[in-house]
Each structure stands twice: as structure tokens, then as C-alpha cells.
Ligand binder design. Structure first.
Ligand code: T46
Length: 134
């Protein structure tokens, strides 16, 4: 599977404006158990710096943009998330970092499970070891 995978949601907008629809197990490729959003971020204050053991996520910038660094331990790529209906899949066991948030950025994330701090690997060395042990 490619490190960078996008999901495009249908925009059913009309002259009144945009209307974007996300449906679990249909255009979102998992059961959505949690939704969170990130806003009021600072351009020079990065976030993330972890991988998940099992959690699957889909992240959109429904307003503004940010740069996402994705690293599976073998390959590292960076992408800009900037379209309200084009989300980036954050699969398990991918170290991810968010940088360069625009002032107006609103990031919306769909997650396949409830919050569980035990699912996070927040140390890069530990992440590398975890991957190598697979
Ligand atoms: C991710 C990236 C894209 C909760 O209590 N419940 C939650 O659902 C979330 C998401 C966070 N928290 C707590 C955990 C921390 O004490 O809120 C605090 C800030 O979370 P964190 O430092 O993990 O935030 P980010 O922006 O570094 O990472 C977040 C998500 O946590 C993470 O799963 O993949 O966004």
C-alpha cells in the first residue's frame, strides 16, 4: 500500500455553497467511532510526532492548510493537506507530523476508535524498533 493515500468525498454543493458528505464504511474506509478537530494552531508550532499501533484515521483541512510528514520507517514523504473534501489516510504504524499550519486552519479528523493513549507510540526510536520487530 502506498504511503500517501487520499480519500475524496463528494461535494454536493450548489449555488448556496458546499456540502460535503462522509459516510462510515462507504466513502470513509472504516467505522467512525470518534471525530475531533484542531484549530487555532500556530504556523511555527508543529503537532503530531507519533504513530498509532492500530488506529486508522482520515484527516482533512476543511479550512486552510498544513504540511503533513508521513514516515513508515522505510520511506518518508510530505504532503500539503488543503482541500476540504480531500482527506489524507493516516494508517497505523505511520509516524506523522503536522507542520506549517495556516492561521485559519481547521483540521477535521475521523478516527476508527475511541481515544486510547496506549495506542500511541510517541518516541521515534520506539517506533522504529516496533516496526523492525514486525
Ligand atoms: C493524531 C493527530 C493527527 C484526548 O484526550 N482525546 C482525543 O480524542 C485526542 C485526539 C486527544 N486527546 C488528548 C491527548 C493529549 O493530552 O488531547 C491532548 C492533545 O493530543 P495530542 O498531543 O495527541 O495532539 P496532536 O495534535 O499531536 O495529535 C492529534 C491526535 O491526538 C492524533 O491521534 O493522529 O492529531
Amino acid at each position: 500500500m502506498s504511503l500517501i493515500e487520499w480519500v475524496e468525498l463528494p461535494n454536493l454543493g450548489d449555488h448556496r455553497g458546499a456540502l460535503v458528505v462522509a459516510e462510515a464504511n462507504k466513502n470513509v474506509p472504516f467505522d467512525i467511532k470518534r471525530v475531533y478537530y484542531i484549530l487555532d494552531s500556530k504556523p511555527d508550532v508543529p503537532r503530531g510526532f507519533h504513530a498509532h499501533q492500530e488506529l486508522e484515521q482520515l484527516a482533512f483541512c476543511i479550512k486552510g492548510s498544513c504540511k503533513m510528514i508521513m514516515d513508515n520507517g522505510l520511506e518518508k514523504q510530505e504532503v500539503i493537506i488543503s482541500e476540504p473534501n480531500k482527506g489524507l489516510i493516516i494508517p497505523p504504524l505511520v509516524w506523522h507530523e503536522m507542520h506549517e499550519f495556516s492561521e485559519d486552519c481547521v483540521m477535521l479528523v475521523f478516527a476508527s476508535d475511541y481515544y486510547d493513549e496506549n495506542d500511541y507510540i510517541r518516541n521515534y526510536e520506539e517506533f522504529r524498533n516496533f516496526r523492525e520487530a514486525l
